[in-house]
Design a protein around this ligand. Structure first.
Ligand code: SF4
Length: 344
């Protein structure tokens, strides 16, 4: 059966004015009868409200942060979805809706502290400081480390610092400016609740970069890591939303892989964000966001048992298995099994 979306989204290839004249987003070529508003948490200039298919409405209030709440409930004869969700939320939802819920609010008690996230944050901080010239790279990275370090027995602050220092130097040495051909547009600027690492402009086109820090990646695994960029939700989401925000096409979205071992190096993988590619993504995204909104409104969201024992969770099985399987998703066990995030 044809969904409401099918009636209003064009089939690829999408005609677009990329070849000449002022750029227009592909959705401006859609049916003038379709209604579209973005009622997201981010400031949208209402003059840029365009004509296509989806009506964003307010998310279920029980699961909203104050920052995310925006807009008023509305309905659409086409399709009603709560809102768009940032890439990280969507990716964890696609992995497992229950994991998405639990990891947002709870940390399993007794889980070993891992420095990987902190190393990534600090390396980002240093590299962004370098390219924006906002502060000195290594002190900026060190400050992030000291702010996030959790004293424990396994990892020392100085040991972690060596990895961070290596990552920052790699990100600087590789020269993300394309030999000075690119002009920095913004860095970590919030756009529609997204925060791309670096956005550049060259020859009238935008390039979005996402920095990824890997503590270790063997050479034989590199092709698989790069292949992921081709269908990375995050890169497509950034290309779409930063293009919308700046009113010009994001032509390339690049994954910048900063590999700290066993052989330290940086590998960049650019993905050409053609209108056809983004149109395909746009066919999928609102459907997934709508499903996520529905699942978020349920007390117990769906569980993806197919991945519980996989190593998709930072190289480990899912840390919420005792809750889901030993305690059969009994919400009365949360105080026993979990610490609330943010110390609430
Ligand atoms: S244990 Fe399985 S079902 Fe439960 S949150 Fe983890 S992946 Fe999802």
């Amino acid at each position: 059966m044809c969904s409401p979306l099918d009636k209003n989204l064009p089939d690829a290839p999408i005609s677009n004015s990329l070849g000449g004249g002022p750029w227009r987003p592909f959705w401006e070529t859609l049916s003038p009868h379709a209604a579209y508003h973005v009622m997201d948490s981010s400031p949208l200039n209402t003059s840029s409200v365009v004509q296509p298919p989806i009506h964003y409405t307010t998310p279920p209030p029980s699961l909203l942060t104050a920052e995310a709440a925006g807009g008023s409930p509305t309905s659409s004869p086409l399709l009603t979805i709560s809102r768009s969700y940032p890439p990280r939320d969507t990716e964890t939802y696609l992995l497992c809706p229950m994991y998405s819920r639990l990891s947002r609010f709870y940390t399993p008690k007794g889980l070993d502290w891992s420095p990987s996230q902190l190393i990534g944050t600090a390396v980002h901080r240093g590299i962004v400081a370098y390219y924006t010239k906002s502060s000195t790279p290594l002190p900026a990275a060190r400050e992030a480390l000291e702010a996030g370090f959790v004293p424990q027995e396994k990892h020392t602050l100085e040991g972690i610092w060596k990895s961070i220092e290596r990552g920052v130097k790699l990100g600087i040495d590789v020269d993300l400016t394309g030999g000075g051909q690119r002009t920095l547009v913004c860095a970590e600027e919030p756009v529609y609740s997204r925060r791309a690492d670096l956005v550049w402009r060259t020859e009238g086109r935008l390039i979005v970069q996402d920095l990824k820090v890997r503590l270790s990646l063997d050479a034989d695994k590199l092709p698989y890591a790069l292949q992921e960029a081709e269908h990375s939700w995050q890169l497509h989401d950034y290309a779409y939303h930063y293009g919308l925000h700046f009113g010009e096409p994001v032509e390339w979205a690049e994954m910048v892989l900063i590999i700290l071992g066993p052989r330290a190096r940086v590998v960049t993988h650019p993905v050409h964000m053609t209108p056809e590619r983004l149109a395909q993504w746009w066919k999928i995204a609102p459907v997934i966001w709508a499903r996520k909104a529905e699942d978020d409104a349920q007390e117990t969201p769906p569980q993806n048992w197919a991945i519980c024992d996989s190593r998709l969770f930072y190289g480990q099985p899912c840390p919420y298995r005792p809750f889901c399987h030993t305690h059969r998703a009994d919400w009365r066990m949360t105080d026993t099994l979990f610490d609330k995030k943010g110390g609430e």
